[in-house]
Structure formats: structure tokens, C-alpha cells
Design a protein around this ligand. Structure first.
Ligand SMILES: *Cc1c(COP(=O)(O)O)cnc(C)c1O
Length: 384
């Protein structure tokens, strides 16, 4: 069925939003077929964002751990992570629809910065909704967004975090849908958002596959961290039809109790969140559970519906990495390769290092979704 991945996905939204998502779906289909628009996007990805990103063979780390480690270097992109692939794509789609205004919501602030960046580049008005608690926690990103010309609207209702920011953004969208595009940051939300974001992120997998095909082999396994799931879908799509193991790594936090992790696929159950049917973390009363890990970018109580489907079919293995293992991977990659990875990406690496025997002699491709400069304060604590 259209808009579904197996039984997951769909559109569980108020009637008032149906025309907006239908308009988006139509524009997205036209955008994909428009050669001029595609060329413009490719040009921006190259000349502005820094694509294609290289693949680095991590020689010293491979020698130390007994596998062959390849890194897809999304950390080298402008603004420091894969998020710019999606925000540039959707900002172009906004213009394609003849709209002049972008809204988004952000928790950790990374998606807000990537959205404000794309809006500045394309001359679009930009409003970012952010919970008051998050504004306090992510002060440098708030400054970045303002510097980039975005208006940051502080949401002081409910838990004053991402959930409330999403509600505020939805309210804005309903009111201003004629002029405004809601730029969602991961492969989540009602159809067609998961497909739109997957489309813009699949450039990662396409480039990676080309790299291996030019060399006459494929990796044995591809590993990526999973928050909402966009960088993982982006790289998995390049290999899903091949005999290559695909592994998604969720934030294992400090333990298995509620509030100690973000293992939506590992410990959650199917339900409806943010307009789509997928796995999520909730209690017996249907209340969405709080999630927490060392990496704010992975702390989302839901996950994209395509991942739910890939889990049920068994095509992708979903596992987790604890905070401490992500932190030691962060240190290891810094010392052995001179690359400081984002804490999110460190979860993919941490899983690999922890399970080195399983991957002995194997070629493993890790999606290095972002760089870790933003995480130094958390990792080094008082030392900075
Ligand atoms: C936001 C972010 C993630 C998590 O988002 P996905 O949609 O799961 O990719 C992962 N890595 C980095 C560096 C991020 O900034």
C-alpha cells in the first residue's frame, strides 16, 4: 500500500493536515522527475555541502582490532553531519513548491542548525521551534541558528522539550500551510516524509556502493547508528539488495530501565507516534517513555517506519551500544585515526569494537554520520 512499509508508516494525522501532506507528496514526485531541479541539488551538494564524501580505510584501527574498517565520511560535510543532505534537499523542495518559509523543530539543535543553514543559502524565512529546556541545554546551537538568520521560538509548555516543540511546529504548519514547509529532520512522520528524507539521504549509500564497485568487492557488513534512522536508511539503501549484513545500532544508554536508553526497536512496541505507525517506547498506559543516552542526537522515543519493517523482515539486525562503549570508541578513533567522531556515530563504532571477534577478518563499512567537535564538553566534562 502506498505510504506503507509492510504494515508500518501511513498517515495518522488530523484532517486539517491532509491537504498539506498531499501537496508535499505531489511536489516530491514532480521534483524527482525534474532534471533541472535534480541538477541544481547535485550542484549544491557538491559545491556547497562537500559531496561526494570520501571513504577512509582506517588502517591503524583495522590492525589493532583485526577487521578491515572503512569509514563513510559524512563528518566532513558542511555543518559537520549528514543532516545537511536532507535540509538542502527539502529547502530546494520548498522553493519548488513556490513556498517561502520553512519551519522545523529541534531537540539537540543539530537539525535546527542544518535547517537554518539551508534556509540562509536559499533565501527562505526560517522559524525553529525548541523546548525551553533544550534551549538552555543547547545554548551554542541556539546562537548558531540566530546567527544564520533563523528565528528561534521557545516552547514553554508541557515538558518543554522536543515533544512540545513538535506540537508547536504542527500548529504553525496548519495555520500557515500556504506559505510554509515543515522540514522534518529524520525518516519519521506521516507519509511522504519518511520517503522524502530517505530519498535525500540515499546519496550516502549510492556513493558508498560506487566506491566498492570500482574496487571490485563489497563490504561484508554495513553498520550505522539509529536515532530516527535517517543516516542508517541513507547508507542501507545502497546495499539492501546485496548479500551484505546490515546492522543498525541504537543508543543503549546506561541500562534497560525506562529513561536509561533509547532502544526503540530493541525494547519498544508498535504504536503511533508523530503521524506514523512504527515502533516506539511507551508504558502500559500508552504514555511515551522518556529516553536518555550520552548522545542527544539519538534520544528519540520513536523510529522511522521503514526500520520497523526492516526489523520485522529480518533484513536488518538492530542492536545497541552502551554509553561507556560509545565513549571508548570516541577516544579510540580519535587516537588511532585522527578523526573525532560524533557521539552518535561512536555508537556504531562502539558496537563494532565491543564485538571484534564476530567481525574478525571481515570488511566492515561504518557510516561516520558526523564529527565530534560538538561533543567535547560531554566527553571531557570538566576538562574543557
Ligand atoms: C542527528 C544525528 C544522528 C541521528 O539521526 P538519524 O536520523 O538517526 O540519522 C546521527 N548522527 C549524527 C551525527 C547526527 O547529527
Amino acid at each position: 500500500m502506498k505510504g506503507f512499509y509492510g504494515k508500518y508508516g501511513g498517515r495518522f494525522i488530523p484532517e486539517t493536515l491532509i491537504p498539506a501532506v498531499e501537496e508535499l507528496e505531489e511536489a516530491f514526485e514532480a521534483f524527482k522527475k525534474d532534471e533541472y531541479a535534480q541538477k541544481e541539488l547535485d550542484e549544491l551538494l557538491e559545491s556547497y555541502a562537500g559531496r561526494p564524501t570520501p571513504i577512509t580505510y582506517a588502517k591503524r584501527m583495522s590492525e589493532a582490532y583485526g577487521f578491515e574498517l572503512y569509514l563513510k565520511r559524512e563528518d566532513l560535510l558542511h555543518t559537520g553531519a549528514h543532516k545537511i543532505n536532507n535540509t538542502l534537499g527539502q529547502a530546494m523542495l520548498t522553493k519548488f513548491m513556490g513556498k517561502k518559509r520553512i519551519i522545523a523543530e529541534t531537540g539537540a539543535g543539530q537539525h535546527g542548525v542544518a535547517t537554518a543553514t539551508a534556509a540562509a543559502l536559499l533565501g527562505l524565512e526560517c522559524v525553529i521551534y525548541m523546548g525551553a529546556v533544550d534551549v538552555e541545554r543547547q545554548a551554542p546551537n541556539v546562537k548558531r541558528m540566530k546567527l544564520l538568520g533563523a528565528e528561534v521560538r521557545i516552547v514553554d509548555e508541557g515538558s518543554r522539550t522536543l515533544k512540545d516543540a513538535i506540537n508547536a511546529a504542527l500548529k504553525d504548519w496548519v495555520t500557515n500551510v500556504k506559505t510554509t514547509h515543515y522540514l522534518i529532520g529524520s525518516v519519521v512522520g506521516p507519509h511522504p516524509f519518511p520517503e522524502v528524507v530517505a530519498y535525500f539521504q540515499s546519496v550516502i549509500g549510492r556513493e558508498a556502493r560506487e566506491y566498492f564497485e570500482e574496487r571490485g568487492f563489497y563490504p561484508d557488513a554495513v553498520v550505522a547508528c539509529v536515532g530516527g534512522g535517517s543516516n542508517a536508511i541513507g547508507i542501507f539503501r545502497g546495499f539492501v539488495d546485496l548479500d551484505v549484513e546490515l546492522i543498525g545500532v541504537e543508543a543503549g544508554g546506561t541500562g534497560d530501565d525506562p529513561g536509561e536508553h533509547a532502544r526503540t526497536l530493541g525494547l519498544g512496541k508498535p504504536g503511533i507516534l508523530h503521524g506514523a505507525f512504527s515502533y516506539l517506547l511507551y508504558d502500559e498506559n500508552g504514555q511515551v517513555l522518556p529516553v536518555h543516552s550520552v548522545s542527544a542526537g539519538l534520544d528519540y522515543p520513536g523510529v522511522g517506519p521503514e526500520h520497523a519493517y526492516l526489523k520485522d523482515t529480518g533484513r536488518v539486525e538492530y542492536t545497541y551500544c552502551r554509553d561507556e562503549d560509545a565513549l571508548s570508541a570516541f577516544m579510540e578513533l580519535s587516537r588511532l585515526e585522527g578523526i573525532i567522531p560524533a557521539l552518535e556515530s561512536s555508537h556504531a563504532l562502539g558496537f563494532l569494537l565491543k564485538n571484534r571477534e564476530r567481525f574478525e577478518g571481515k570488511k566492515v563499512l561504518v557510516n561516520l554520520s558526523g564529527r565530534g567537535d560538538k561533543d567535547l564538553g560531554i566527553v571531557l566534562g570538566g576538562e574543557l
